[in-house]
Ligand binder design. Structure first.
Ligand code: 5AD
Ligand code: SF4
Length: 474
């Protein structure tokens, strides 16, 4: 058994990160283990997890499992979990309760836990104490070991816990079964070294490790050959890309430029930390038409005092300076953000500063959260004396303001022609298609199904807070 340990996970060793190219193998006895069996993966949380699930799917298919449409239909279920807030935790444990019943009905069903929650000591302890009926637990650092982990479980028929506290090396040449035929996630780095005081990610995802530019560029070139129109470069803090290279000077601006030069039709990246956003990056985004005019720039708070407590290393003033520079140099750029309300000690005045920043920025939209203490992080030890009611009221007021600006910016698009990558038929209305503008606005389009998978000109006819309506132009 290998259990996670936060003290170990917090360490940032100077050990050089290696790139392993032949690390992923399916043992011979596992090659056919999934024959006539189906798998179902439930993904919680961020895009990184979604992409990890795409890798897990491909690994399971390498063992001959096929994809199930739902839990009830599956012989093997993996919950790929998120640890960022308490409610993500609760959802997973709620689902485990349901799966226990399913397993009682279907004795051969295998249930496993993966993702960020697996990296938490307290979660694994709870699984060992109360969820012994489960079959396997693995973490974010050893996804490539899934065949061996399953093999161990088949041999012992006991709960197999195999979670690494330390990140290990970069594993290349993993298979991937992508959910979309048009849009692809491409990891450019793993982990995060920022240690914002509220955030669990540096513990669950480990030290920052950048993939080699050549590996990323080759992956994008292959995706173009396969017909992909859009690539999103993924990392917890993509602007710090390359800072961990010891033998070359190659940063995010270089990578963005080189990936843009591959000719991929649309290029996106998430998530950016304001601290590492350089002028050179802004220039590259402005220069290349295929780099989408969309930047997700989490601010977290508008109060410089709270930002300091959060360990964000910028102030309200310096964020606004960066924000305005982007708006000036990249016209029509859509900018979205993340905001946390109710961080320990956030006073009414601090919250007013956040509202003021939102008024100044007029974000295209924002993800807003009530602060959730995460065990093991510095903020969890800070005195938090704001009532839940007060926090909820702040969230409500903030959302109302954000929604007003979202609608206002969307309304400005009525009558304009925008480019939309059409992804499929709308769930709500079978006669409509849906897709996203390059500025990341969900758009419902009246157009023939033959346009699915294509980037088309759309005339916007109506605007709502969260979406646009339009019709094909010409
Ligand atoms: N509580 C609430 N929100 C959090 N986030 C990260 N950690 C926490 C936490 N402990 C939010 C941040 C981050 C987004 C992905 O989740 O806003 O940008
Ligand atoms: Fe968490 Fe901060 Fe790293 Fe983002 S930059 S993953 S908020 S520690």
């Amino acid at each position: 058994m290998l259990k996670p340990n936060f003290k170990e996970a917090r360490k940032r060793t100077k050990e050089e990160i290696k790139v392993l190219r032949d690390e992923y193998k399916v043992p011979l006895e596992m090659k056919n283990i999934g024959k006539n069996k189906k798998y179902f993966i439930k993904t919680y949380g961020c895009q990184m997890n979604e992409h990890d699930s795409e890798v897990m799917s491909a690994i399971l298919e390498d063992m001959n499992f096929s994809k199930a449409l739902d839990y009830d239909d599956a012989d093997l279920i993996i919950l790929n979990t998120c640890a960022i807030r308490e409610n993500a935790h609760n959802k997973t444990f709620g689902m485990l309760g349901r799966l226990k019943h399913l397993k009682q009905e279907k004795k051969d069903l295998l249930v496993g836990l993966a993702g960020c929650m697996s990296q938490e000591e307290s979660v694994v302890d709870e699984i060992l104490a109360k969820y012994k009926w489960m079959d396997f637990v693995f973490g974010t650092h050893n996804i490539h070991k899934l065949p061996e982990i399953l093999n161990e479980h088949y041999k012992s028929n006991k709960l197999e816990v195999n979670v690494w506290s330390n990140e290990g090396n970069i594993v290349e040449n993993l298979p991937v079964k992508r959910d979309s035929k048009y849009k692809a996630w491409v990891n450019i780095m793993y982990g995060c070294d920022k240690f914002c005081t509220y955030c669990i990610v540096p513990y669950t995802r480990g030290k920052q490790r950048s993939r080699m530019p050549e590996d990323i560029i080759n992956e994008v070139k292959d995706l173009i050959k396969e017909g992909y129109k859009e690539v999103t470069l993924l990392g917890q803090n993509v602007n710090a890309y390359g800072k961990d290279f010891t033998n070359r000077d190659y940063k995010m601006e270089n990578l963005l430029e080189d990936v843009a030069k591959t000719g991929i039709e649309r290029l996106r990246f998430v998530t950016s930390h304001p601290w590492d956003f350089t002028d050179k990056m802004i220039d590259v985004i402005a220069k290349y038409d295929n780099i989408c005019n969309y930047i997700h720039l989490p601010v977290q708070s508008g109060s410089s005092r709270i930002l300091k407590l959060m360990g964000r290393r910028y102030t309200k003033g310096s964020y606004l300076e960066l924000y305005n520079k982007i708006r000036e140099k990249i016209p029509n750029c859509s900018i979205t953000t993340d905001i946390i309300v109710g961080f320990p000690g956030e006073s009414k005045e601090d919250f007013e500063e956040t509202l003021d920043l939102v008024k100044k920025c007029k974000f295209d939209s924002a993800f807003t959260f009530i602060y959730s203490p995460r065990k093991g992080t510095p903020a969890a030890k800070m005195k938090d004396d704001i009532s839940l009611k007060e926090k909820e009221e702040r969230l409500y007021a903030l959302n109302a303001l954000i929604n007003d600006y979202a609608l206002e910016t969307n309304k400005k698009l009525i009558g304009k022609i925008v480019k939309v990558l059409v992804e499929g038929v709308s769930e709500k209305d079978q006669n409509m298609l849906f897709g996203y503008t390059d500025t990341m606005k969900l758009t419902n389009v009246k157009a023939d199904k033959k346009y699915i998978g294509k980037i088309i000109d759309v005339k916007i006819t109506d605007a709502k807070t969260w979406s646009l309506d339009g019709e094909i132009d010409g």
